[in-house]
Design a protein around this ligand. Structure first.
Ligand SMILES: CC(C)=CCC/C(C)=C/CC/C(C)=C/CC/C(C)=C/COP(=O)(O)OP(=O)(O)O
Ligand SMILES: O=P(O)(O)OC[C@@H](O)CO
Ligand SMILES: [Mg+2]
Length: 239
């Protein structure tokens, strides 16, 4: 059986760079799955993430079911809500929104998820999720009614990462927000990297090869890109 988390840890130890293509079930036409996934398979991608801030019930299940037919890459759920849990995927990022103070997104949705998880064999990965201002009001901020942490507030960012680690989280996701104007800065990634022992995921607003390389150079273990592929699939050829 595929062990998604162990493979992330191994890659981190070896200094290998992991790259996830994010597919939002609400913005993706199912009929394009074969062609799109072929491009993913032929790219540097090591993971497929599936999720969105707002997704119709059943859309995730239908998408994952179809994606699986075209790839052997691990499919990891990156859910905005409990309705996005499907046993068809390999793993689930059990996100807790540490940048906010909305109890629903810190623990409430998680309690709700448990009865659904009992019916699955999903690998559940406890993940701290930290929204950092990327220059635009994000869907995550709107849906969760929380504010992002300011990019200037390095100490709060680092302390939040450390607190999540002390709570036992196994991954930390620094999020600038889908379609952010500014991706997470090198300075933030480098500072967090110095203090975090767990693998670091970085995403939001990465639209160029240089931005991707900057994130890896600063210490991201796994980088996530969604919008750039939604807007222009030729980005695959530029990587
Ligand atoms: C514990 C479970 C199963 C659910 C709750 C999970 C939590 C706490 C989520 C955090 C808040 C949240 C809404 C995250 C969404 C993450 C996500 C998939 C973002 C990508 O979607 P976007 O691309 O930002 O949004 P758009 O749909 O607007 O593009
Ligand atoms: O869509 P983009 O801006 O690539 O962001 C990816 C992901 O981090 C969003 O949750
Ligand atoms: Mg998006």
């Amino acid at each position: 059986m595929m062990n998604v988390y162990q493979n992330i840890l191994k890659a981190k130890e070896k200094g290998e760079q992991l790259f996830a293509v994010l597919i939002d079930p609400d913005k993706f036409e199912l009929k394009n799955t074969g062609g799109f996934i072929e491009k993913v398979n032929n790219s540097i991608a090591t993971h497929i993430f599936v999720g969105g801030s707002v997704v119709d019930a059943d859309a995730t299940e239908a998408l994952v079911h179809k994606v699986k037919k075209f790839t052997n890459l691990p499919i990891v759920l990156f859910p905005g809500d409990v309705t996005q849990i499907t046993n068809s995927a390999n793993a689930l990022l059990f996100l807790s929104l540490l940048s906010g103070r909305n109890a629903d997104y810190l623990i409430g949705k998680h309690v709700e998820a448990v009865s659904k998880l009992r019916e699955t064999t999903l690998e559940v990965i406890p993940t701290g999720y930290i929204l950092i201002d990327g220059g635009v009001k994000t869907a995550v901020s709107r849906v969760t009614q929380t504010e992002a942490i300011s990019r200037e507030n390095l100490q709060t960012i680092v302390d939040t990462v450390k607190a999540g680690q002390l709570l036992g989280m196994q991954l930390m996701y620094l999020e600038a927000g889908s379609g952010a104007s500014y991706p997470i800065s090198k300075e933030i990634i480098e500072r967090v990297k110095k203090e975090a022992k767990i693998p670091l995921i970085v995403g939001g607003g990465i639209k160029t090869k240089t931005q991707l390389e900057d994130a890896f150079a600063a210490g991201a273990d796994l980088v996530v890109v969604g919008t750039a592929f939604e807007e222009d699939e030729s980005f695959f050829d530029k990587l």
